[in-house]
Design a protein around this ligand. Structure first.
Ligand code: SOE
Length: 374
């Protein structure tokens, strides 16, 4: 495990639920935090420099849960050391970095995953299987949002705000990439062109003197000492886009939407029927019809299509949520390491490269105020 923040802990907890996988080392620059995390999970090896464990031949794979700017160098070092790599999204901070990682992983025939885990809520897989079976017909419209409120105040801070750690984009890279990955995964279509409008509401934020973990700023005391920091990354983005031949869409990504805690919402309208799903009510799926009553399915394996049922471990009425999606990805990632011929049922670095292409187009479109091909 490389990285000991919010996502490092989420990965460690999910890994403990995957059969036949043991975590044997934790790497983190804040050694005390790394030691505390490792101790809690009974992990013996703790290092402050991840390169110290890459030469350990007993280690098959590494998870990279560090700020975005570190994804490329760490993934590259791990692939060069012959490790399979599961890297948090976004894969990198530029198309060139992402392309190099895709090529390297392919040349060395190493399993590689970008953690777009939100695909693996059971009802998201139900939407995908419905589309594959033709239940939606031809996709006409895709729309939605990924909205949060944890960076609403000028005193809210996290490494994601700082371009030096996050890369040039924030809301669009951090959560917009989840939304577009899901839209492409569920529809089976690719974004072909887009027009983006980004907004930074606080060009100066007040950074608390002490480190603030992801989402933890909401609990910090209001009178902490602050220092004023210039911010170039966006709080909000709106994107018009074209998918496939005639599918059209619109989405927003926001980290300043009061009351939306972690709300990915997607609506897909086809010529036969439509579906709508919201991450804050993950066990429900709305199905829209023109000539018959609309439906709401509540997650129950008995009601799901066979392909979606594989992502529901619990019976109807037993909720499966955010943490469970990581278990579903990791189970399939490690199965593909143990059984190299098994099918790859998780997002790979080629998918991460696609998201970098979309992000690069968003930067260009916003800067030139025009449509850009992806
Ligand atoms: C913060 O926006 C964040 O932790 C993202 O970085 C994760 O990818 C998302 O799953 C939840 O919110």
């Amino acid at each position: 495990m490389i990285g000991t923040g919010f996502m490092g802990r989420v990965h460690l907890e999910a890994l403990r639920r995957v059969e036949f996988v043991d975590v044997v080392a934790v790497a983190g620059r804040q050694v005390e935090a790394a030691k505390k995390l490792a101790e809690g999970f009974g992990i013996d090896t703790v290092v402050d420099d991840y390169r110290l464990v890459l030469q350990d031949t007993t280690i098959d794979a590494v998870h990279i849960c560090t700020p975005n700017v570190a994804h490329y160098p760490m993934t590259r070092d791990a692939l060069l050391a012959g490790k399979h790599v599961l890297c948090e999204k976004p894969l990198a901070i530029s198309v060139d970095e992402a392309q190099e990682l895709v090529t390297l992983a392919s040349e060395r025939n190493l399993r590689n995953c970008v953690c777009h885990n939100l695909r693996y809520y059971p009802m998201v897989q139900q939407m995908r299987r419905m589309r594959e079976d033709g239940d939606l017909g031809q996709i006409l419209v895709v729309q939605g949002t990924y909205s949060q409120d944890w960076l609403l105040y000028e005193t809210d801070w996290n490494w994601r705000v700082d371009a030096a750690a996050s890369g040039p984009l924030r809301a669009m890279a951090d959560i917009g990439s989840h939304w577009f990955d899901m839209a492409e995964h569920v529809t089976g279509l690719h974004v072909r062109s887009l027009c983006a409008d980004l907004q930074t509401y606080y060009p100066v934020r007040k950074r608390p003197k002490q480190n603030v973990e992801t989402f933890a700023g909401k609990l910090s005391s209001a009178d902490s000492d602050f220092e004023e920091i210039s911010v170039s990354t966006e709080d909000f983005g709106a994107v018009l886009f074209r998918m496939g031949d005639k599918t059209r869409g619109a989405m927003t990504a926001s980290q300043v939407s009061a009351g939306r805690k972690n709300c990915l919402s997607i609506e897909i309208y086809g010529t036969e029927s439509s579906v709508s799903w919201n991450q804050e009510r993950p066990d429900e799926l709305w199905i829209g019809h023109r000539d018959t009553p609309n439906q709401i399915i509540v997650k129950d394996p008995a009601l799901l299509k066979t392909g979606a049922r594989a992502y529901a471990d619990l019976p109807g009425g037993h909720s499966e949520g955010y943490d469970d999606t990581f278990k579903q990805v990791f189970r399939r990632f490690y199965r593909s390491i143990a059984e190299p011929q098994s099918s790859v049922e998780y997002p790979q670095m080629i998918d991460g490269l696609r998201q970098m292409n979309i992000l690069q187009a968003e930067i260009e479109s916003h800067r030139n105020r025009n449509w850009v091909d992806v």
